[in-house]
Design a protein around this ligand. Structure first.
Ligand SMILES: [Mg+2]
Length: 114
């Protein structure tokens, strides 16, 4: 289950590398928002496939698929000209209001049922 990762890049460097990878290959022409959203769903399916038959999983394979999901998320945020960090923080603020610690701690119910 162990594999070694030795990168230590900032999120800004990672985003720049993902965008450059695409630009260098002239793949941006294929990356409509709809195609990127579909790609996120497809890669999410591949991530789920890692756990299809039991909970015993290959961590390296899971990380590969997780990286695919996040790569497409980075590209979609770039395509929409929004900061991924900003939209994550905005959503976290919204979720903090929906799921106040006092009501949701240790509870998996949806906010509409709290
Ligand atoms: Mg994949």
């Amino acid at each position: 289950m162990g594999f070694t990762l030795c990168y230590n890049n900032s999120m800004e460097e990672v985003k720049a590398a993902v965008v450059k990878f695409t630009k260098d290959r002239d793949w941006d022409q294929f990356h409509s928002p709809a195609n990127l959203a579909k790609s996120i769903a497809i890669e999410s399916g591949e991530l789920l496939e890692c756990f299809q038959w039991d909970d015993d999983f290959d961590k390296e394979r899971v990380c590969d698929e997780l990286a695919d999901v996040v790569n497409y998320a980075i590209l979609l945020a770039d395509k929409l000209d929004v900061s991924l960090e900003d939209i994550i923080m905005k959503k976290l603020e919204e979720n903090s209001r929906k799921y106040p610690v006092g009501k949701s701690k240790g509870n998996s119910k949806k906010y509409t049922e709290l």
